[in-house]
Structures are given as structure tokens and as C-alpha cells.
Design a protein around this ligand. Sequence first.
Ligand SMILES: [Zn+2]
Length: 257
Amino acid sequence: MGESTLAALVGALFGAVIGSFLNVCIVRLPADQSVVSPPSRCPRCGKPVEWRDNIPVLSWVLLGGKCRGCREPISILYPLVELATAVLWGVMAWRYGLSPEALKGALFGTLLLGIALTDAREYIIPNEFTYGGLAIGLILSAAGGLSAVLAALVGAAVGFGILWLVGVAGRWAFKEEAMGGGDIKMMAMVGSFVGWQGVLLTIFLGAVAGTAIFLPLTLIGKKKLVPFGVFLAIGAAVTYVIGPAIIDWYRRYLGVA
Ligand SMILES: [Zn+2]
């Protein structure tokens, strides 16, 4: 087995376990419940989930997507989140080896997935993902030395500042809450991972994606609340992967490269 294949396998197995924990976070954090206790149990019959029924992806498939006790269907979202996280961590480990670089990309993607799902389901972006993620972003930036820490701090400040200003302008213009506090804190977290240029690109991509998808729905009166965090998360993921190439291209286009 090649070295990168082995790294991918280790990454994917680790990611599956992280994904299992992410499921707990997605369900409990918006409800302000502890993510460590009590252990998971079936919401219908109350039967605690045994260890053999708690193996990421595999248990859901073996149980046929139903509780062992009462046969209540278990949402397919659980194995999908575990699978997505496993793929994410596997790809990062395959691409960057078992390195700080891989850990950074995998953690950032996991945070974005958690934010997108809680915002889509509950219109809530938990502080654990935003402030907690900001702390992770700043700590990981230390691997790149002082200049990287400064870049992360500036990115966080720009991300927070821009959305805060948008929120103030929105309240003034529309006399209602235009920007949720969760979105503002989220962009501080994103900025610590992608820097100030990445923040600008993320907001641009998020606004384009959000408008393209939600404007038609709003016009036909199907949707009122916009989970903007979902689109910012998509924008941030795209920025993390191909942002440097886009920013390079744009600087050449402007003739400042
Ligand atoms: Zn049950």
C-alpha cells in the first residue's frame, strides 16, 4: 500500500469518528445541550445506543436505518454526515499527508459542515463552531510563525468587521435584523483560516450563491428566513480550495501582480 493511500485510510477512519461526534454537536448545540452526556439514546423508545450500533456509517446500514429497539427510522443525515466527514479527512490526508496542513483543512471543513447544517435546520450557528473555530484557526496559524498569526488575526477582524457593518447598514435601511450575530462571528472564524482576501472572496461567493438560490424562492413567497451561513460556508469551502488561484488571477487582471 502506498504512503498516501495509507494516510488517506487513517484520515478517513479518524474522520468517520469525528463525523459521528459532529452529529451529536449538530443535534445538541442548537438546543444548548451538553455534547458529552447523557450518551445518545433513541428519541422515541429511549433505548441507549449500544457501542455496536454506534459505528459510523456501518451501523446505520446494518440496522437498515432503524432503531434496534422500536424500529423507529433513523435519519439518513447521520450516516451522510459521517461519510462526508470521513471523505473530507481522507482527502486532506491523501493530499497533504498526516501533517498540520491536512489537519487545518479537515478541521475547517468539519466546522463549515457543522455550521451549514445547524443554520439550515435551526437558523442557529452555535458559538462552539464560531468562537471555538476561531480559537482553532488562531492556534493552527502559529505553525506558520508570527506573520501567519498576524494574517489570521487580520482575517478574523476583517471578517467580523465587514459583516458587522452590513448588519448595522441593514438595520438602518430595512429597520430589521439583516445580519445574524452568528454570521458575524462565523466570518471571524473563517477569516482566521483564509485571511482577509479570502474573507472578501468568501462573502462575494456566499452572496452570489445565496442570491441565485434564495431570490427566486423569496419572490414566489416560499421562503422568508435566509440561512446565510449555509452560503457563507459554501463560499468559504470554495475559497479554501481554489481561493489562492482566484485571487492570483484577479490580481493579474487588475495588473497589480
Ligand atoms: Zn427506539
